[in-house]
Design a protein around this ligand. Structure first.
Ligand SMILES: Cc1cc2nc3c(=O)[nH]c(=O)nc-3n(C[C@H](O)[C@H](O)[C@H](O)COP(=O)(O)OP(=O)(O)OC[C@H]3O[C@@H](n4cnc5c(N)ncnc54)[C@H](O)[C@@H]3O)c2cc1C
Length: 580
């Protein structure tokens, strides 16, 4: 971006103070910087802007006419945890490689691309030869380092992986390592709403609501249609849930027992809001739940390694004996007596969505960005069956706003939602079932309609400003603007008492919060092959195996995080018993 003479003059003026001092004085820069070996006082500073995940990213680049010597990045709208990881790594790589084509940071792709775009823009302002900085990613080949070993290897640091690791730390002296491919812990657990279902134990004594094992199993079966579920595993989940949930208390998760609801109106499954008392804000990327789990794991000596991706499992005589790992600098192997796959779902892998959930290809992910189905692929390679159908999700605005926050959350306040034919197809449906309904509609879209009497008009106006809410003077204009049958729309509006202009419309699109098809396991979460025989030393826990206990749709609030917590615990307990 050409920042204009006055701005550039100002920037150059600051550069005269010396590269680092000038950069440090840039107004509003709260984020990290990187500094090259050759930073020189003769560098001038140029600014550039590009789009990040949620807003503009500005890069202040110190450039001496030949080399980038220092970069400072300001990305005020992007999530702190995610942007911090991206800024640190991308800036370091750009300076080290003198390239604007370095790899994006896993889990922070949009912020990474924003930083690279802003640096490019700044270099253009500097009149630099951009081609010279387009070297492709020429990161040095990673060194292979010595093989390590542990008793239990956990792949993935979401609720399932951390729950498994904590069981090992609490109940044994076995060595456990958690590998997380992203630069921060948590996966979908980081972005989730924090509802956790639980039965039995202290929580239910206090809230006075419970569900028998039979009720739990029969409710889940009822929600799963004709699918054959693993009822033995469900029994084990039920049995461990009170204790595993109490462990969360004992570790200090400040769960509010005043803040709970039934996971589904037809169930007796209590769902407790684990984020009621902790700082958890999707808008800013703060995740009380994921950060709490990481903190507790660290306090209990669990070795959690970020930026550490398992590339494949190591197989010997049909059993798993470890995994190959790639981190930022090196590749290595970890020998493990037991391995737990807790890699989450595959919502961010379009090929796997097309393969295992072909009816859902029009939906977009609003999930942790590590959900690329790595565990599913590992299991496929071993010949382990992937079972189940359907996806977890609801409706949202777009992959950035989803259904959270002042604008995204406006989807919940629609006075009515119609399809292109003007029919109210989502009325009185459990929110978890709306994903499947939406993908069946014309354009995979529901149209949320609001009028001027709506109490969130201020938020709708903010949405208009942001370009995601449409505003009309009358319903005929709304119908033609959105492609909805006008007569049907007006009839429905009358019955819903929608009559005060102006009228607003939000397109409600199908959004994933998770996937269901997953690795087949036995009642102890041991991975099995096509014949139902155990694949030695291998477990699967969490979203990667949900299909064993529910199918077709998101059955109830809390059934994701809860199932991940309890299956993580089951797999770890079984692994420990086998190693005893
Ligand atoms: C917006 C949203 C709201 C939700 N709200 C709720 C709710 O309120 N209640 C509820 O019960 N459920 C909710 N869910 C669903 C729930 O959050 C998830 O199903 C659950 O957190 C999954 O936990 P997990 O540990 O199995 O997977 P994740 O939390 O996704 O963790 C898997 C981890 O594995 C890592 N990984 C993947 N591959 C590799 C590899 N090769 N090497 C190393 N690491 C790897 C990933 O990066 C990730 O960090 C929500 C989901 C979303 C997206």
């Amino acid at each position: 971006m050409n920042t204009g003479i006055s701005r550039r003059t100002m920037i150059k003026g600051m550069a005269a103070m010396g590269g680092a001092a000038g950069l440090a004085m840039m107004a509003g820069c709260s984020s990290g910087s990187g500094k090259g070996e050759g930073a020189s006082s003769s560098s001038a500073i140029y600014s550039g802007v590009a789009k990040g995940m949620r807003g503009d990213v500005t890069a202040y680049v110190s450039f001496d006419g030949k080399e980038i010597t220092e970069i400072l990045v300001d990305a005020p709208d992007d999530s702190p945890v995610i942007k911090d990881a991206a800024i640190e790594s991308v800036v370091e790589r750009v300076i080290a490689q003198q390239s604007i084509e370095v790899d994006a940071v896993s889990g922070a792709t949009m912020t990474s691309m924003g930083i690279l775009g802003a640096v490019t823009d700044a270099l253009e302002s500097a009149g630099a030869d951009i081609k010279a900085f387009k070297k492709g990613s020429d990161a040095p080949t990673k060194a292979e380092r010595e093989t390590e070993s542990c008793d239990i290897l956990v792949i993935g640091s979401g609720m399932a992986g951390m729950s498994a690791a904590m069981q090992v730390a609490l109940h044994s002296d076995k060595k456990v390592i958690v590998l997380e491919k992203q630069a921060y812990p948590g996966g979908s657990t980081r972005v989730c709403g924090g509802g956790i279902w639980t039965v039995g134990g202290l929580a239910n004594e206090i809230i006075g609501q419970d569900s028998t094992k039979e009720e739990y199993i029969s409710f889940m079966q009822g929600r799963s249609g004709a699918a054959e579920l693993n009822t033995d595993l469900m029994g084990n989940i039920y049995d461990i849930s009170g204790e595993a949930f109490s462990d969360l208390f004992n570790w200090g998760l400040p769960v509010s027992l005043n803040s709970w609801n039934l996971g589904h109106p037809d169930s007796k499954l209590p769902c407790i809001d684990s984020t009621a008392n902790i700082n958890c804000d999707w808008e800013t990327g703060n995740s009380g739940l994921a950060d709490f789990l990481a903190k507790i794991a660290a306090a209990n000596g669990v070795d959690v390694r970020l930026n550490s991706k398992v590339t494949d499992l190591v197989v010997e005589d049909g059993s798993i004996v470890g995994a190959n790992v790639e981190d930022l600098e090196s590749t290595y192997r970890i020998d493990a007596k037991k391995t737990i796959i807790a890699t989450g779902g595959f919502t961010r892998n379009a090929d796997l969505v097309a393969k295992y959930a072909p009816d859902y290809t029009s939906a977009f992910p609003f999930t942790g960005s590590g959900g690329t189905g790595d565990g599913h692929v590992m299991a496929e390679k071993l010949g382990a069956p992937i079972i189940g159908s359907g996806m977890m999700g609801l409706s949202g605005i777009n992959p950035s706003l989803g259904y959270y926050g002042p604008i995204g959350g406006a989807v919940w306040a629609a006075q009515m939602t119609v399809n292109a034919e003007g029919e109210r197809f989502m009325d009185k449906k459990f929110y978890g079932d709306t994903l499947a309904l939406l993908v069946e509609q014309t354009n995979s879209c529901g149209y949320g309609i609001y009028d001027a009497s709506n109490e969130i008009v201020d938020r709708l106006e903010a949405g208009v400003e942001a370009g995601v809410v449409a505003k009309y003077d009358n319903l005929d204009d709304l119908a033609s603007g959105q492609g909805i049958d006008a007569d049907a729309l007006k009839k429905q509006a009358e019955s819903a008492d929608i009559k005060s202009a102006p009228f607003y419309c939000i397109q409600r699109k199908p959004l994933f919060i998770g996937s269901i098809p997953g690795i087949k396991v036995d009642e102890h979460c041991r991975v099995v092959n096509e014949s139902g025989e155990e694949i030695g030393n291998l477990y699967a826990a969490g979203e990667v195996m949900y299909a064993n206990v529910f199918d077709g749709t998101y059955p109830a609030s809390g059934s994701g995080v809860g199932t991940s917590c309890y299956t993580g615990a089951i797999s770890a307990r079984d692994a420990l018993a086998a190693l005893a």
